[in-house]
Design a protein around this ligand. Structure first.
Ligand code: C2E
Ligand code: MG
Ligand code: MG
Ligand code: MG
Length: 280
């Protein structure tokens, strides 16, 4: 009957909801254990000077070496970490690990002069009230050279709440952190706000870069971002460069830096340090 069909549908729906909740709970429990047992890793993707091909720094990207499921990308677990607030202890670990690694590269003499590592800080981390203590603590513990740690936050995080964001950014700047605005172009930045923030670089989102050479609007958009960034004396870093053609377009537009599979995928620390010095 219609009624039992209806009932059946409800049952199916509930089972699906239940399964989803269980999976989420499972991931949450596993994430806690993963943090305790050291299953997270930081991989490093070179940020290169486009003309010379030399690596000027790395972006730090978290990976989960899952005992059963292998190496997991952030997309598979960061949303749950974000929802549950576990991103805060996990993010704190990432910052510490990056500072440790930076200091180790400099101490071993493998770091090229000015080498930096950029760490991602999510919306929730940024507003948690922990970010400044976490970064201060990690810098104190490991003492990488001043200016070698960079912090990436997205445009949206800053623009939603400019005045309080500015205070945090100024504090980070005073601690000697470089500041990068991530995924730039996907939100709505006010030029006036950008101008008054202590920012070092804009990262042009991959969604504009991937068709820079095939779609006129993407090309024009990137050109506008580059001009704006240069007027504000900011470095420009294009994300997601996969072809020499895309790189050449970006060079012609005056974009100084980039990262992408053309140069290297994100790699473990021991591989990353072998990429220093040589043009990509
Ligand atoms: P994001 O900060 O915009 O990082 C760039 C993403 O683009 C990375 O994905 C990187 O592997 C990928 N990518 C780089 N070059 C190319 C390319 O040429 N082609 C393509 N198709 N992709 C490219 P990943 O590692 O999966 O990270 C995804 C996002 O997860 C990051 O986006 C960032 O928002 C977040 N994330 C990663 N690590 C951390 C972390 O330690 N803490 C926090 N809070 N977020 C993180
Ligand atoms: Mg980033
Ligand atoms: Mg990005
Ligand atoms: Mg992005």
């Amino acid at each position: 009957s219609a009624k039992s069909r209806h009932k059946g549908r409800h049952a199916v729906f509930d089972v699906a909801m239940h399964a989803k909740a269980v999976t989420r709970l499972q991931i949450e429990t596993e994430l806690r254990q993963a943090l305790d047992s050291g299953e997270f890793e930081v991989h490093y993707q070179p940020i290169v000077a486009l003309r010379s091909g030399r690596t000027k720094g790395f972006e730090a990207l978290i990976r989960w070496r899952h005992p059963l499921r292998g190496l997991l990308s952030p997309g598979a677990f960061l949303p749950v970490a974000e929802e549950t607030g576990l991103i805060i202890p996990i993010g704190s670990w990432v910052v510490d690990e990056c500072c440790r690694q930076l200091a180790a590269w400099y101490a071993a003499g493998v770091a090229t002069p000015g080498l930096s590592v950029a760490v991602n800080v999510s919306n929730r981390q940024f507003w948690s009230g922990n970010v400044i203590d976490d970064i201060t603590g990690a810098l104190d513990r490991h003492r990488p050279p001043a200016g070698s740690l960079a912090v990436e936050i997205t445009e949206g995080v800053v623009m939603e709440n400019v005045a309080p964001a500015r205070d945090i950014l100024h504090t980070l700047h005073d601690l000697g952190c470089q500041l990068h605005i991530d995924d730039f172009g996907t939100g709505y930045s006010s030029l006036e706000a950008l101008h008054r923030l202590p920012i070092d670089a804009l990262k042009i989102d991959r969604s504009f870069v991937w068709q820079i050479d095939t779609d006129r609007r993407s090309g024009e958009l990137v050109r506008t971002i580059v001009l704006m960034g240069r007027n504000l004396s900011l470095d420009l870093i294009a994300e997601g460069i996969e072809t020499p053609r895309q790189r050449d377009f970006l060079i012609r537009m005056g974009c100084g830096y980039g990262q992408g599979f053309l140069f290297s995928r994100p790699v473990p620390a021991d591989v990353a340090c072998t990429l220093l010095g040589e043009p990509a």
